[in-house]
Write a protein that binds this ligand. Structure first.
Ligand SMILES: Nc1ncnc2c1ncn2[C@@H]1O[C@H](COP(=O)(O)OP(=O)(O)OP(=O)(O)O)[C@@H](O)[C@H]1O
Ligand SMILES: Nc1nc2c(c(=O)[nH]1)N=C(CO)CN2
Length: 161
């Protein structure tokens, strides 16, 4: 049973005042009991992947947590709800999206939680900010470091702001 560890998370928003939302969400997470902010990336403006929609603001953080992966997911979903996310179409616009990317070197597959996040390896909007703060972290499914994974994706739509 994993009761504590180092997590990487991704933040994204493309509805409302996205810059304020992602910054406030990270502040709220950092102020949560049993969570300590270790590192935060810059914010990026990124071209939307999926259906046509406005650009996103994306970023990543590394957090030390004293909670299980499941409880960490619930914490992220609670904060999404607090920031008024309306769940609509898959991959559609959202006021706040929080994804649990990595938890130590854990591989976990349950119906409600998959770690590493299964789509992180293909997503420049995740890998570019994560490479800033955790380049040597090994993504355990591919066995590759974040710095290696970022070299394999097209980063042209990801601009630091
Ligand atoms: N590692 C993970 N991080 C966040 N949510 C996860 C993870 N693994 C599984 N999920 C599940 O995915 C659900 C959230 O799906 P959501 O609607 O945010 O998908 P999405 O943001 O549209 O797409 P994507 O998952 O590709 O970013 C959560 O309720 C959760 O149960
Ligand atoms: N650039 C970008 N595109 C996306 C994003 C995101 O965070 N950034 N999130 C999505 C749904 O999770 C779908 N598409």
């Amino acid at each position: 049973m994993n009761t504590h560890g180092l997590c990487a998370i991704a933040l994204g928003s493309n509805l409302g005042n996205s810059r304020n939302t992602v910054a406030a969400a990270l502040k709220s997470l950092s102020a949560t009991p049993h969570i300590t902010l270790i590192a935060q990336s810059s914010w990026y403006q990124t071209a939307a992947v999926g259906p046509p929609q406005p650009d996103y603001i994306n970023g990543c953080a590394v957090l030390q947590v004293q909670m299980t992966p499941q409880l960490m997911l619930e914490t992220l979903l609670d904060i999404e709800a607090q920031f008024g996310r309306i769940r609509r179409e898959r991959w559609g616009p959202r006021s706040l999206d929080l994804d649990l990317l990595l938890y130590n070197n854990l591989i976990l597959e349950t119906p409600t939680l998959q770690i590493p996040h299964p789509r992180m390896r293909d997503r420049a909007f995740v890998l570019v900010p994560l490479a800033e703060i955790a380049p040597t972290w090994i993504e355990p499914v591919s066995g590759k470091a974040i710095a290696q994974l970022v070299e394999a994706v097209d980063c042209s739509g990801v601009v630091r702001i």
